[in-house]
Design a protein around this ligand. Sequence first.
Ligand code: ADP
Length: 620
Amino acid sequence: MASKRLKSDIQRDRILEPVRHYWGFRELRPLQEEAIRAGLDQRDSVVVLPTGGGKSLCYQVPPLVAERVDVVVSPLIALMKDQVDGLRACGYPAVCLHSGMPQCERETAVRDILAGKYRLVFVSPERILTPWFLGLLGRLDVRAFSIDEAHCISQWGHDFRRDYRQLATLKERFPRASVHAYTATATERVRQDIAEQLRLDDPLMLVGNFDRPNLTYRVLPRVDGNAQVADIIRRHHKEAAIVYCLSRKDTERLAGALRKAHINAKPYHAGMDPDDRRRTQDAFANESLDVVTATVAFGMGIDRSNVRCIIHATMPKSVEHYQQETGRAGRDGLEAECVLLYSSADVIRWEQLIRSSAEDAADPQAVIAAGTGHLEQMRLYCTSLQCRHRALSEYFDQAYAKTDCEACDVCLKEMEGVEDATETAQKILSCVARVREGFGVVYVAEVLTGADTDAVRRRGHKGLSTYGLLGDVPRNQTINWVHQLVDQGLLDRSLDDHPVLKLNDASWEVMRGKRRVMLMKSKPAAVKQSKADTESWEGVDQGLYEYLRVLRRELAEQDGVPAYVIFGDVAIRDMARKRPVTPDAFLGVHGVGDVKLARFGARFTREIKTYCGAHGLPVG
Ligand code: ADP
């Protein structure tokens, strides 16, 4: 027993030693040790950790400890390059082989791989089974393959890629090697499918906790979308933000509106010129651009770990998408905010899109049913007044232990009920009756708020008893309340290209005073700081933090790498907290390993000393 424990401790030390040396981390995150051990023991595995959970470390450590060369399959060239840059900055010997490489560079890389210079070789799925790469693999006697973003192999996942399918033959071709699949996609079905498709042999299934306590989730009624987005972004001055939009046009319109509001934002979508797209992505990665308005196309290639804000200007079409997209916030573990601007109009828009995209499907009804099912779950998330962390965890079949997450609009009590909600609802519903159930949300809201438009005049609706009944409520707020009634089933909306509002039995119950209604509105200036936010700033000198970020950017520009490759925000914040001025103290900073100490220690400690001297700050 004792010797078994001793063996396990020795192995832990063997794992922790390179983790400290290369990355400067002192501890492992949940399940990392188990995943690393599976790599060392060459036991097939499926590792499911949320974005930011630290999957990369799990396949980066085993080849160091076992002194061998492992292969990582990664879906995007940009992603591979960023990872290799990041690893090299820590002194880790890694290389990638991809189609965009000049022949001579590739030849050198292969020579160096064969000479044992590298521990990790990154390759794309379409390359790995080409004859020349198979030849190389044979000569290397590879013992472990890791498949990043492994859900791409499953048709049930949301990013199915045909070229992942051929990875199924890896186990057959390399019977002595183990295969390790990594993904952030949580559903059981996808997990099983990954194991089957890759023909894994009794794989170890490691499924992490999906809750991201450092993220604060908010759902706001969309009242004036552009202005709301601008307000939220202003809370994140000099920080990275991504705003997800539903269509390509929306991304461009919103970027334009934000620029008018003096926020430097650029759009990103699949219909853009590839060079423009690349430029935007690079600018975002190297921190010369902080705000991108994007469609879902802005996704996997983003490795910036310090995204502090993800906004959904419209509701995404499934909770899985929402989890994936918000997953890009706060990957470094520091606080970040995720805000979804919701209107039930989004549901209608998605329904129309689902119906039109199903037209070409083999079984359109099945496609529509699946799509609307996902949509309904997403709508429930937006409209329920349950803790957001709990709702997301439970959606992914995980229990949530806390009663107050202290990091969502519901638990932070940022919403409030409208005082005379039932009366307001009665006014809205009577107006729908007065216009003879023949008009949509916006028009009804205009009549209620007493808008003096051509259409209202022409139809003689100025004379209605409900005209101007909500004259003191802003138009967009009224629109939002109408949507809230639709969401609560107290009012119907027809499902066609020009949806009109219809009364149902519940509407009549409300009008007859037989049913009470709750309507919500955001409290003015209600946004509170989450616990994660307060804690991560404890003891940090903000001025020094900003000063060191500038220094980091200069060094990154010199090296031609993204800023976070030099140091992540966690490390910079820890420096601004501990203010180290000696090599030993610098090594105590989170994220400083031996190579980074050697490369940057002198420069950073000198600057910290100067800054602290000039500002009368104590040093560590
Ligand atoms: P994933 O691939 O699961 O999304 P990453 O591997 O990119 O996550 O890791 C996210 C962040 O967490 C990175 O900045 C990484 O350096 C950091 N990280 C990983 N493991 C640890 C650890 N044991 N301690 C501290 N930070 C870690």
